[in-house]
Design a protein around this ligand. Structure first.
Ligand SMILES: [Zn+2]
Length: 420
């Protein structure tokens, strides 16, 4: 294999989190809740003010499930917040819950409660944040990427990025999106997106508003049109926003000439958003709709996308992680899973990414997923991998390219400068 790809683009990432976890407390190897007592937790980068913050645990094989009591015993005088590897829940001790003003018997926060709490943790210091940005740049560049689309922008991140660009230390070109958890927080997110839009730089672009409409297939919270595992009248997942609220968000964001990006994994979630975009467009509101993940899409939904300004941001590497249980969970809907070929046939624009730090940022894992998935009845992608992995705008951080040969990153050139 040989690829020379201009502007190698990871189209769905969590930039700062990627840097934080490259230098932070990564819990993937934690074998049990109690084992934490034996870990070296002295690194400054594991802390936000006095909070111990970690990420990446998975209790699938733990004999004792994580509880707040276990953390309370280990850390009686320090708030602790440990996000799970799938990004959909967190394990918190009593002092942490108290600081957050939350009640929980188990110490496990889920979905919206977790995500909004994560946002309310004390910020890292300015110096820590710069270290995280540089660590993230290094992660992406090492994986060959020169262009990334960040789904979790903040004001402090933006300001630090501008500083680092001025110091000529920024080695990726970034698109920023600002997350909104509910309509109450919308005005603040919009204001930030508009402010940053006015302060764009050669390497920094402000794109718009991101929100979560459904959950994940792994936790059976992605919103499907049929019950999980074929159980009659069983759960079909859930949505985090009412359609009325999404309508307001969509209209206001498009009026402001910004993009709407929505996390939609299940087929019904995608269908709801595409239907709503059609309704809103018919009323004269026009704008870009980015469908994030879009892991299951029915053919009629794809047809409905055609008149809209839709782009699907997919992560083939998720298929590698999900393949073990995907058919069992989806049953009849499996034939609509990871429909990159159906989207290509319908000429719906697509970009590929990796969703780091949920999955490592890796062109090779996407390549591998596309090679292996046809054996599992996922329709073979007949498009050009170069095309879906290149940033679509050739004027954004031009003179950048990446050479990949035999599974290795051979050359990375960013704005005319050789990085690797
Ligand atoms: Zn994501």
């Amino acid at each position: 294999m040989f690829f020379k790809i201009p502007r190698l683009y990871d189209s769905h990432t969590h930039f700062l989190a990627t840097g934080e976890f490259a230098s932070g407390l990564y819990l993937q190897k934690l074998q049990s809740a109690e084992e934490l007592a034996n870990w070296d937790l002295s690194k400054n980068s594991f802390y936000r003010e006095d909070w111990l913050v970690g990420f990446g645990w998975n209790d699938k094989d733990w004999s004792v499930k994580p509880t707040k009591e276990i953390l309370d015993r280990l850390f009686p005088h320090r708030p602790v917040y440990l996000a799970k590897g799938d990004g959909h829940s967190a394990w918190v001790n009593s002092l942490g819950l108290q600081r957050l003003g939350l009640q929980s018997d188990s110490g496990i926060l889920k979905e919206a409660e977790h995500l909004s709490s994560w946002d309310r943790l004390p910020d890292f210091s300015k110096e820590q944040r710069k270290q995280h940005i540089l660590a993230a740049c290094n992660v992406y560049n090492t994986a060959g990427f020169t262009h990334v689309r960040d789904m979790t922008g903040t004001e402090s991140l933006w300001n630090s990025l501008v500083d680092l660009e001025n110091e000529k230390l920024l080695t990726v070109a970034l698109e920023e999106n600002f997350t909104c958890y509910d309509l109450k927080g919308f005005e603040d997110s919009l204001k930030l997106a508009l402010y940053t839009r006015q302060h764009e730089t050669p390497l920094l672009r402000s794109k718009g508003i991101k929100f979560f409409y459904d959950g994940s297939l792994g936790s059976e919270t992605a919103y499907l049109s049929r019950p999980y595992r074929g159980i009659p009248d069983g759960p079909r997942g859930r949505t985090l926003w009412s359609l009325e609220d999404v309508e307001v968000l969509m209209k206001r964001t498009w009026e402001a000439k910004l993009e709407v990006s929505v996390h939609v994994i299940g087929d019904q979630a995608v269908h709801d958003m595409v239907s709503l975009a059609r309704k809103v467009s018919a009323q004269g509101f026009v704008g870009r709709l980015n469908l994030e993940h879009a892991q299951v899409i029915r053919p009629e939904t794809i047809q409905m996308m055609k008149p809209l300004h839709v782009r699907c941001h997919m992560q083939p590497c998720h298929w590698l992680s999900d393949k073990a249980w995907l058919q069992d969970k989806l049953r009849d809907l499996y034939r609509y899973a990871f429909p990159w070929e159906a989207l290509r046939m319908a000429q719906i624009p697509m970009s590929f990414g990796c969703d780091s730090p949920v999955e490592p940022s890796s062109f090779m894992s996407n390549y591998q997923a596309l090679e292996e998935s046809p054996a599992a009845r996922i329709k073979k992608f007949n498009g050009s991998l170069e095309e879906v992995h290149a940033h679509p705008d050739s004027s954004f951080a031009p003179n950048s390219h990446t050479v990949i040969e035999d599974g290795k990153i051979k050359e990375v050139v960013f704005c005319g400068k050789t990085l690797l």
